[in-house]
Design a protein around this ligand. Structure first.
Ligand code: PHE
Length: 456
């Protein structure tokens, strides 16, 4: 069974498709929205530096470990982990890690689809011109009214999920493989256009000030933890996407360098997104209001009040949707592959089941902005907030921690080394050191801190 599972499906023929797939999994709402406001909130440059350190020293080594499991095991997270466990004479209970990763992806996707749906709605609003010369107040009211309508939210959530389902149903080559070849270049062109527009029409100095000046007052120990959490989130670590895409990768590619390239690309996109958003926001003399408001209030207002802003605002939200789609597909594919391999289901029923569950769970998140807004499911958090905290602050670090332990401490070093044979010895030694010591230590600290803050 092991061998059959390992060879029973076709993957991608080119290395580029693999790198593009990981890139489109990495680039998403995290880059366009989370990174910018977190940077503003946590003191600018020191946050960017700690994020970069966390990304390259901790998140990248773990994504490499995920891909190593995938290229070694050539299957869904569970099948690949079982193969890795067998080959290193470990307990098959490690498969639970694969299940946890897939479930984490499913939970994230449930609310990710809701927010991505807002992006679709806003692309439409921008195009229709409702924000032309609107006041900041009325744009804010528009967002509040939008959130207050469960029907609207569910409609857009469903539409976004439907797009994801269409891509995933088309399979590894014609669905995912084709999407990433279209999405990544589209994303780059849109963002390029928006950066030029932002720099020409906006207040670049104020944006630079906001993103890169050192404001030590806002930078605390907590900021380092936020930086680490964001590094996992933005790279797409901890949901089994690295394993699944690794399994589809062609043989004999330099895994380490490919993952590094993805991390560099992801960071560049985040910085470029900051350059596209903030100059326009500051040129309109508005506070970059924090959190969801930034993307759905300040940005529409800013574009609505600038020449040709309608067109570029529409492009901006199109960018949000394209970026989110690549991530949503990466969140869904691991669990689909798992169901297909374990239950011997075909792709379509698996996609149907998962989409149904994701949609139902997503209803909880959509309702959290209106009917259920004040229903506290845990402490002070509503349903959406519980999901967000559990996944980002608990499950992603936990899956990453066990991945580091599995590949760094439990799998046989020769086997691991063989998967990375294209990389220099020094690279391997360095990577393994980070995976064995730095990553687990850092994650344990972040987990303890999150548990403390939840309980306090
Ligand atoms: N990396 C994506 C983003 O930045 C989110 C994501 C998380 C995607 C986990 C896949 C896996 O928005």
């Amino acid at each position: 069974m092991g061998l059959m599972a390992r060879t029973g499906f076709g993957g991608w023929k080119s290395r580029t498709t693999f790198v593009l797939a990981l890139s489109s999994s990495a680039v998403g709402l995290g880059n366009l929205w989370r990174f910018s406001y977190l940077t503003g909130e946590h003191g600018g440059a020191p946050f960017v530096v700690s994020y970069l350190l966390c990304l390259f020293l901790i998140a990248v080594p773990i994504l490499i470990a995920e891909v190593v499991i995938g290229t070694h095991g050539r299957g869904s997270p569970t099948v690949a982990i079982r193969w890795a466990a067998d080959r290193s004479l470990l307990s098959r209970n490690w498969m639970a890690l694969g299940v946890l990763a897939c479930l984490t992806g499913l939970l994230i996707l449930s609310y990710y689809a809701v927010v991505a749906g807002w992006g679709m709605a806003y692309a439409g609003y921008m195009a229709s011109g409702v924000f032309a010369a609107a006041s900041a107040l009325s744009v804010g009211e528009h967002f509040d009214n939008f959130l207050a309508s469960p029907r609207e939210l569910v409609y857009w959530q469903s539409l976004f999920l439907l797009m994801t389902v269409l891509v995933v149903s088309m399979g590894v080559r014609r669905g995912l493989g084709l999407l990433v070849w279209i999405a990544v270049p589209t994303l780059m062109v849109l963002l390029g256009v928006l950066v030029v527009f932002g720099v020409e029409n906006g207040d670049v100095k104020a944006a630079q000030e906001f993103l890169f000046s050192v404001k030590l007052i806002d930078f605390s120990a907590q900021s380092v933890l936020v930086a680490l959490g964001h590094a996992f989130y933005t790279l797409g670590v901890g949901v089994g996407a690295g394993i699944t895409y690794g399994a589809y990768a062609p043989e004999r590619i330099p895994l380490g360098r490919s993952v590094m390239a993805v991390a560099v690309f992801d960071t560049l996109i985040s910085l470029a997104a900051g350059l596209a958003i903030f100059p326009i926001v500051f040129a309109n003399n508005i506070e970059p209001s924090m959190g969801p408001g930034l993307l759905f209030v300040s940005v529409p207002y800013a574009f609505g009040n600038i020449m040709q802003g309608e067109l570029f605002g529409t492009l901006f939200f199109a960018l949000v949707v394209v970026a989110a789609l690549g991530s949503a597909v990466a969140l869904m594919e691991p669990i689909i592959r798992m169901l297909m391999q374990h239950l011997r289901w075909r792709r379509l029923p698996a996609v149907g089941l998962v989409a149904g569950v994701v949609w139902l769970l997503g209803l909880g998140s959509a309702l959290s902005f209106n009917i259920w807004q004040n229903d506290h499911w845990f402490g002070n958090w509503n349903f959406f907030e519980v999901l967000d905290v559990i996944t980002a602050d608990l499950l992603l670090p936990l899956v990453s921690l066990f991945t580091a332990i599995l590949v760094g401490w439990c799998m046989r070093a020769e086997i691991v080394k063989m998967e990375l044979y294209r990389e220099a010895d020094l690279f391997f030694v360095l990577w393994r050191f980070l995976l064995r010591y730095a990553a687990p230590a850092a994650i344990i600290i972040i987990l303890l801190a999150s548990v403390r803050s939840v309980l306090s």
